[in-house]
Design a protein around this ligand. Structure first.
Ligand code: CP3
Length: 345
C-alpha cells in the first residue's frame, strides 16, 4: 500500500517540484465522456449519481480507467451542502441548478444550525469505496464550494451571470450575508473534515465566482472565510492538504497563498509564469490550460501544454485546465494532452 504522502499529487501539495508534473482535470467525470452520459441516463437524474455510493464511485472512476489521471476527484457537486441544509437542490435536463432561495435571517433560522452529516453519509461512503478501488499511486481529492460561491447560488436560488442577487443582499442586509457565510464556513469545515477522514488525500475549495467581488468584498466574503476554513480544517485534521481555486482572481494569488494553502488554482485568463512568480517557493500551483484549446486539440493544444510546462519548470505544479472541461471536448484530446505532459523531459 502506497502511503498517501508518496502519491505524486500529494508530493506536489507537500511542496516538491515533481517532474513531469502530475495531472488531472476539473470536471473530468462529466458529459464529454460517453460512459458518463450512459450512466447518467440509466440513473435518471444527476442527484441520483451524487447520492448513490455505487454510481458515484462508478462515474468517479470512469476517467481514471480511460486516461489514468494522477488524481481522481469525488463525483458530487458543491450544491449538495445547501441541499443537506434543506435547500432542495435540483438539476433538470437543459436547465441550470435550482435551489429554494435563502434571502433573510428568517430563512437562516429555519435551516439546521449545523450541517446534518447523516444526509451526506452516501458521499463519505463513496469516498471510502473510491479509495479502495483506485490505483495506489492515484490521489483522491474531495471538494466543496467556497462560502461566497455557494451563497451566491443559495440567495438567487440558481446560477446568475454576475451574482447580482447576492451582491444586493450584502448591500441591503450585511448581517444576513455575514451570518450565511459563517454558516457555510462551519459546514465546510465539517464536510471537508469528514471527506478527509473517509480517505480523501486532499481537498479543493472552488471559489468560482471570486471575479465579481471588489477588493473590500473579496477580502471579507472570500479570503477571510476561506482562511477560516483552512485553519478550522487543519485544527481538525492536522496536515490537511488544501487547494484553493479563486477563479477570476489572478490579481490576488499571493493573498490566497498567504492563507497557508497547499496549492493555488490558476485560471486560463492569468499569465502562468507571472502568477507563479508571486507565490512562495513551497506553495504549489495548479492549472491553467484553456478549456477551449482542449476542444481545439492538435498543434494549438501541444503549444499550450508546452507553455504551461515552461512556466512551471522547477516548481511544485499540478497540470490542469484553467476551468472545467466542457461537453464538446473530444476525449482523444485529453489523452493527447496527458501524453504530452508525461513525455516532458
Ligand atoms: O470535477 C469533477 O469531475 C467532480 C465533480 C464536480 C461537479 N461539479 C459535477 C457536475 C465538481 C467538482 C463540481 C463543482 C461545481 N458545481 C462548481 C465549481 C466549479 C465550477 O465549475 O466553477 C459549480 C459552480 C457547480 C454548480 C453546478 N453544478 C453547475 C453550474 C452545474 C451545471 C453545469 C452545466 O453545464 O449544466 C452543475 C451540474 C454538474 N455538476 C454537472 C456535473 C458533471 C453536469 C451534470 C449533468 O448534467 O450530468
Amino acid at each position: 500500500m502506497t502511503e498517501s504522502a508518496q502519491r505524486p499529487v500529494c508530493r506536489v501539495l507537500d511542496g516538491e517540484a515533481v517532474w513531469p508534473p502530475p495531472a488531472w482535470i476539473m470536471r473530468q467525470a462529466g458529459r464529454y465522456l460517453p460512459e458518463y452520459r450512459a450512466t447518467r441516463a440509466a440513473a435518471g437524474s444527476f442527484l441520483t449519481l451524487c447520492y448513490d455510493p455505487a454510481l458515484a464511485t462508478e462515474v468517479t472512476l470512469q476517467p481514471i480507467r480511460r486516461f489514468g489521471f494522477d488524481a481522481s476527484i469525488l463525483f458530487s457537486d458543491i450544491l449538495v451542502v445547501p441541499d443537506a441544509l434543506g435547500c432542495e437542490f435540483r438539476l433538470d435536463p437543459g436547465e441550470g441548478p435550482r435551489l429554494r432561495p435563502v434571502t433573510s435571517g428568517r430563512d437562516l433560522d429555519r435551516m439546521p444550525a449545523t450541517l446534518p452529516l447523516d444526509r451526506l453519509a452516501p458521499v463519505f461512503e463513496a469516498v471510502r469505496r473510491i479509495r479502495a478501488a483506485l490505483p495506489d499511486e492515484t490521489a483522491l481529492l474531495g471538494f466543496c464550494g467556497a462560502p461566497w460561491t455557494v451563497a451566491s447560488y443559495m440567495v438567487a436560488g440558481q446560477g446568475t451571470p454576475d451574482q447580482g442577487p447576492a451582491h444586493a443582499a450584502d448591500r441591503q442586509d450585511p448581517a444576513f450575508m455575514a451570518a450565511l457565510i459563517d454558516r457555510l464556513v462551519e459546514a465546510s469545515i465539517v464536510y471537508l473534515g469528514a471527506q478527509l477522514e473517509a480517505g480523501a488525500d486532499a481537498v479543493q475549495i472552488f471559489e468560482s465566482h471570486a471575479g465579481s467581488l471588489g477588493p473590500e468584498a473579496f477580502r471579507r466574503l472570500s479570503l477571510d472565510p476561506i482562511g477560516r476554513i483552512v485553519a478550522g480544517l487543519r485544527a481538525r485534521v492536522p496536515g490537511a492538504r488544501v487547494i484553493v481555486f479563486p477563479r477570476g482572481r489572478g490579481d490576488s494569488l499571493a493573498d490566497v497563498a498567504a492563507l497557508q494553502v497547499s496549492a493555488v488554482g490558476i485560471d486560463q485568463d492569468t499569465d502562468l509564469a507571472t502568477a507563479v512568480a508571486t507565490l512562495p517557493a513551497g506553495t504549489a500551483s495548479q492549472g491553467n490550460i484553456d478549456p477551449l484549446v482542449l476542444i481545439e486539440g492538435g498543434a494549438a493544444l501541444d503549444r499550450a501544454v508546452d507553455a504551461m510546462l515552461a512556466a512551471v519548470r522547477g516548481r511544485p505544479h499540478i497540470a490542469n485546465l484553467g476551468h472545467g472541461i466542457t461537453p464538446p471536448t473530444p476525449p482523444e484530446n485529453v489523452a493527447r494532452m496527458l501524453a504530452r505532459i508525461r513525455a516532458a523531459g
